[in-house]
Design a protein around this ligand. Structure first.
Ligand SMILES: Cc1ncc(COP(=O)(O)O)c(C=O)c1O
Length: 397
């Protein structure tokens, strides 16, 4: 496909030809952001230059940093712009490893995103000692394990604020208290939480946190790393010394402007998410009452307002996904990066579900512009497709 003549029909709108229920993979760009892009694209100057062409890009950087810091309850200079959530996670974790010479032990939740888990796998090859915090089938952390394993050899505990597959929210304040009681630091991947739940980093006791613009209706290519003053740090990318020498490379002004714009809508976020939660709860009630043998993961837990992760017994998740896709409905069976591979979700496996159960999983993640009629159409289609897949299976058995 030639990029110059690509026409998008995947607009952020109410149409029924495309029903997007995969917002934890990425969010559509907000229509108001789309409208503003031509204006922001005119601010092409390098924010590090000193002449007047740098004025607007500089002010975009400053304003976005300031408004995000207000939203998160931290100081603007504690925020570093990166290329995305993966880079923020890598920077926080590798930096801690390189700077905490005397402590070499890490506690990591077993249901982290691959950009955390694989970074720790890599650090193990360099000598780090890593223990994985078990999580039960409802997504509840084993805090006794943390109490048992944590010691004055522990450099850092890394635990996400909200899980990308189940939406279950972690007990971070408790984890932070345990970590700080032995002088260890806390890193949290907050990528899925931004724009969905209130986040006050200091109250949660988080020392480093990762964010990603494209999960919050903004353009891809920007992440943020919160680095609390005084916490050991080493930059991952060396070069021109941008971001106060903590992350070199010219900042992605267009994407940062879009994130800043979305953060400026913070007063609407609560209201939008209440609507999303009501839609999600109604959808779950209808699925449970109309389809047999369905289980919702983490139903009794504190969850993100938009996420629903379920097992539909006797139905292969990938088959379901492809059938729904043919009806214009976009869903996921696990983390986006693992879809397409035959491996069932590592998160669900780490929660103690069998391979077969994990293969029957479906992740629905709703967003701001989903509406009742879209969910009604999705539910009708889901019922038909599940019935068909189950009946074909019966015939072939
Ligand atoms: C929990 C979590 N962490 C990190 C990432 C990676 O973010 P990015 O795509 O910006 O690198 C994702 C994206 O799927 C995520 O869901």
């Amino acid at each position: 496909m030639n990029i110059s003549d690509t026409e998008t029909n995947h607009r952020f709108d109410h149409n029924l030809s495309l029903i997007y229920l995969d917002h934890n993979a990425t969010t559509p760009v907000h229509p108001e952001v789309l409208e503003k892009i031509p204006l922001w694209a005119q601010y092409w100057g390098n924010p590090s230059s000193i002449h007047k062409v740098s004025r607007e890009p500089k002010s975009i950087l400053r304003e976005t940093r300031k408004s995000l810091a207000e939203l998160l309850g931290v100081h603007p200079l504690e925020l570093i712009f990166t290329s995305g959530g993966s880079e923020s996670n890598n920077t926080a974790i590798k930096g801690m490893f390189h700077k905490s010479n005397k402590r070499n032990h890490y506690l990591v939740s077993s249901i982290e995103h691959p950009s955390v888990l694989k970074t720790f796998e890599y650090l193990k090859t360099l000598g780090a000692e890593v223990d994985y915090i078990p999580v039960n089938q409802e997504g509840v952390f084993d805090l006794e394990f943390v109490k048992h394993k944590i010691s004055n050899r522990t450099a850092m505990v890394s635990c996400m604020l909200a899980n990308n597959e189940t939406g279950v929210i972690s007990p971070l304040s408790e984890i932070s208290k345990l970590a700080h009681s032995v002088g260890a630091y806390v890193h949290s991947d907050c990528v899925q939480a931004l724009g969905k739940i209130p986040i006050h980093l200091e109250e949660l006791g988080i020392d480093m946190a990762s964010f990603s613009a494209h999960k919050f209706y903004s353009l891809k290519g920007t992440g943020v790393l919160y680095h609390k003053r005084g916490v050991p740090f080493q930059n991952l990318i060396h070069g021109g010394g941008q971001e106060r020498s903590r992350r070199s490379g010219t900042e992605n002004i267009l994407s940062i402007a879009s994130l800043g714009y979305m953060v400026s809508k913070k007063d609407q976020v609560l209201e939008k998410n209440i609507k999303v939660k009501n839609l999600r709860d109604d959808m779950e009630r209808e699925i449970i009452s109309s389809i047999s043998d369905v289980r919702i993961i983490g139903l009794t837990q504190n969850r993100l307002p938009n996420t629903s992760s379920l097992f539909i017994d006797g139905v292969d998740g990938e088959t379901l996904l492809m059938n729904l896709d043919m009806h214009g409905i976009c869903v996921s069976t696990g983390a986006a990066c693992s879809s397409g591979s035959q491996e069932p979700s590592p998160v669900l496996r780490a929660m103690g579900y069998s391979r077969q159960e994990a293969q029957s999983s479906l992740r629905l993640s709703l967003g701001w512009l989903n509406n009742e009629s879209q969910i009604e159409y999705f539910l009708e289609t889901l019922k038909k497709v599940v019935l068909r897949i189950r009946s074909i299976k019966e015939v072939t058995l």
